[in-house]
Design a protein around this ligand. Structure first.
Ligand SMILES: C[S@@+](CC[C@H](N)C(=O)[O-])C[C@H]1O[C@@H](n2cnc3c(N)ncnc32)[C@H](O)[C@@H]1O
Length: 379
């Protein structure tokens, strides 16, 4: 087996950022709705799981075919080379989904897919009775869209947002993948100061620190495919060595997280310690109106409260107004704010240079971007 086809799944709106990440790992991509598809050598499975900051997970495409009857689903599934991936003792639970397809009963599709894979594996691995399913985990998904069945195996295990550093969280934490995307959507460089004045449990500052020191986000966790025999151990070893070599632990950073809630500041500090950034990020309990900025050319990246309850709207508008007045005296700073509050620009006090539609989970938000007027040579 030379190459595999991989699918990096992406939250709506983040596809192009995921695609850039995959490209920078050296693979050519095709961008589709909610996913980035690419052909790559098997060694890409460890590398992509370790390095992708903004993808939800990495799936291995086993095959695609049209299926509008259960027979077609069974035969099409059985014709795929499952034995190339799933070892004799492998466990292969099947989940499913069906959108705009004749085969709409997901539980039936799952059962048929499971049966077809089991038959194929028994034949190819020479197992006489039931497949033992006592070994490594291969989570299969059968996904039907407009009568096309797509069969994939999840290589990640827990979603890639689970970096392993979150020991505590506030009420509405950003997903780590989204926080990383918010940072990657700016022109922030590790030399510039960065402040998140609404840091909550610290996700944006911690993701920025990982980006700033080029630390692979998956370095401190495990992946389902680490136990798969068709991926040689040396591919994992090489990928972890590459991550170690590329990390720049000496990179100085000026990252600060502040929040009105002192409990959250404690949680942020604990999360940062877990991520290995105990001394690197500064944390401060503070209201945004008290924010003091000394340096030039910095970046504010924040995810403030959205004021979704009617009773909160005035209070939230005041927070945005406070931020706008603080930033008014710092024109060299760039400001990036993610919110679902429709009158954000009015409350902040000026129209954004640019805005981008993004989904924070199921909430439709805008990412308001104010580009700073950089003072040349003054960092
Ligand atoms: C949506 S949460 C941020 C979540 C954060 N991004 C995370 O990943 O955990 C908004 C944060 O704004 C904080 N906040 C509310 N009013 C504030 C104010 N006036 N000044 C500073 N922070 C405030 C809240 O305590 C809350 O933690």
């Amino acid at each position: 087996m030379q190459n595999v086809t991989l699918i990096a799944t992406a939250a709506m709106g983040l596809e192009s950022i995921v695609a850039n990440e995959v490209k920078s790992l050296g693979y050519e991509v095709q961008v589709e709705n909610g996913r980035v598809v690419f052909e790559a050598p098997i060694s890409a499975i460890p590398r992509c799981n370790l390095w992708l900051r903004t993808a939800d997970r990495v799936r291995l495409l086993v095959g695609k075919f049209n299926a509008s009857t259960f027979d077609e689903l069974f035969e099409g599934t059985k014709a795929l080379p499952w034995e190339n991936y799933i070892s004799e003792k492998g466990q292969f639970p099947v989940s499913g989904k069906s959108v705009q397809s004749t085969l709409y009963s997901v539980s039936d599709c799952q059962a048929i897919t499971k049966k077809a894979i089991a038959e194929r594996l028994k034949l190819k691995h020479g197992v006489a009775s039931k497949m033992p399913e006592t070994g490594a985990l291969y989570k299969v998904e059968v996904s039907l869209l407009k009568d096309e069945a797509m069969l994939t195996i999840d290589t990640s295990g827990a979603g890639l947002h689970k970096r392993g550093y979150r020991v505590g969280q506030g009420e509405a934490p950003l997903k780590e993948t989204m926080a990383a995307a918010l940072v990657l959507l700016t022109n922030w460089k590790p030399e510039y100061p960065l402040i998140d004045p609404f840091c909550g449990s610290g996700t944006i500052p911690i993701e920025a620190a990982m980006i700033g020191q080029n630390i692979a986000p998956g370095f401190n966790r495990e992946f389902a495919s680490e136990g798969w025999s068709f991926i040689k151990d040396k591919y994992w070893e090489t990928a972890f060595e590459e991550a170690e070599d590329k990390a720049n632990y000496d990179q100085q950073l000026e990252i600060t997280g502040s929040d009105i809630d002192h409990n959250l500041i404690k949680i942020s500090a604990d999360n940062a310690i877990e991520a290995g950034f105990g001394d690197l990020i500064s944390w401060k309990q503070m209201q945004v109106k008290d924010l003091t900025i000394k340096k030039e050319n910095g970046y504010i990246i924040g995810n403030p409260p959205y004021g979704q309850r009617l009773s909160d709207k005035d209070a939230v508008a005041k927070i945005y107004q406070d931020l706008g007045s603080v930033m008014d005296s710092h024109p060299s700073w760039s400001v990036y704010i993610l919110t679902a509050f429709e009158k954000f620009e009015k409350a902040y006090g000026k129209p954004a240079t640019k805005k981008r539609k993004l989904f924070n989970g199921f909430i439709r938000t805008d990412y308001y971007q104010y580009f700073g007027k950089k003072n040349k040579g003054d960092i």
